[in-house]
Design a protein around this ligand. Structure first.
Ligand SMILES: Nc1ncnc2c1ncn2[C@@H]1O[C@H](COP(=O)(O)OP(=O)(O)OP(=O)(O)O)[C@@H](O)[C@H]1O
Length: 312
């Protein structure tokens, strides 16, 4: 499989301190990849290496299959990067800044102006267009930095703690935008230390702790601990429960807060999938939910990886 971002043994020392250890990131095309880890885990250091603002001590980075930093200019044409510390152009207005960034990325003046207007509205700073960047709050600056990452409609977004300064409503809005950008087909690599946020906006996760990648994969796969556990809800749980209790292929079944949890003998999964819906239909019972049982990511992190400090 070709990955949009792939690193091999990516390692960084600061002096004698080993900050990043043999990181092997694999980011498939089209996913929202949450780069999750506690403060000081090494997220920003990694992202700086991915965007060639910091040189690895050793290891390889490939983005779109091209080597970083050797192919930096070519790669960065298709990458929107949002650094953790936003924008240095303090004396520019938002509008001028975004036009300037558009021009830098190669757009003609007219196109850059039009895009700046669209992006200001998109990130919710349209009314502040003529304010200088130094006059903005840190949350407003973060919105402008997000807008500048979107200039040129890049295929890959690399966002370093993009919600750090946003208020709760701003965060919800931001998550919605990330989900719709992913639906457009973009690949999004986003760092965060907030588990619940990653769970809402990402479908992939890389878990970094003390410079080491300790887990990586689809969130759905990481959170499904027992392969043969299912959550079921119907319009008549009492009848559904009775039916399941009598089946020899059902190992355990119980109801908790309106959800039936059923553990099935894996050799007879087909029986559950075929017989159960058929029975429900014959009784006029509506199936409201039928999916593999998952545990919240936060619980998995604690139970499987012993990490309890991620999150706020
Ligand atoms: N230029 C530097 N020189 C020396 N040590 C550094 C330097 N930059 C970062 N570090 C150290 O590297 C470690 C990882 O820092 P990094 O900023 O990558 O973490 P992070 O996961 O992004 O944390 P946060 O969530 O707090 O932003 C920290 O211990 C930090 O002190």
């Amino acid at each position: 499989m070709a990955y949009v971002i792939e690193t091999k043994d990516l390692t960084k020392f600061f002096g004698k301190r080993n900050i990043i250890y043999h990181l092997n990131l694999k980011v498939p095309r089209g996913v929202v990849y949450g780069f999750l880890g506690p403060n000081g885990a090494g997220k920003t250091t990694t992202i700086k290496m991915l965007t060639a603002s910091l040189r690895p001590t050793y290891g390889e980075i490939r983005i779109f299959g091209l080597e970083m930093p050797q192919k930096r200019v070519e790669i960065m044409k298709s990458v929107g990067y949002m650094p953790e510390v936003p924008i240095a152009y303090e004396d520019m207005t938002i509008f001028d800044f975004l036009i300037y960034m558009g021009r830098l990325s190669g757009l003609k003046k007219e196109k850059a102006t039009e895009q700046a207007k669209d992006l200001m509205n998109y990130v919710g700073v349209g009314k502040l267009a003529l304010n200088k960047i130094k006059e903005l709050s840190s949350g407003q600056k973060q919105r402008v930095t997000f807008a500048s990452a979107l200039i040129g409609n890049p295929e890959l977004l690399i966002l370093d703690e993009p919600t750090a300064n946003l208020d709760p409503l701003g965060r919800i809005e931001f998550i919605g935008k990330i989900i719709s950008l992913a639906k457009e087909g973009k690949t999004i690599f986003v760092s965060s230390h907030i588990v619940s946020e990653v769970e809402k906006m990402c479908n992939y996760v890389g878990l970094i702790n003390q410079g080491r990648l300790i887990a990586q994969g689809r969130i759905r796969d990481l959170t499904q601990i027992e392969e043969n556990d299912y959550d079921v809800a119907t319009s008549n749980n009492a009848l559904a429960l009775n039916f399941l209790k009598e089946k020899p292929y059902v190992r355990e079944v119980w109801e908790e807060e309106g959800i039936i949890r059923v553990q099935v003998d894996p050799r007879f999964l087909d029986e559950l999938f075929l017989q159960f819906p058929k029975y429900l239909a014959s009784q006029g019972i509506r199936l409201k939910l039928f999916r593999p049982h998952t545990s919240p990511l936060e619980r998995i992190l604690m139970e499987k990886f012993g990490i309890g400090e991620v999150g706020d």
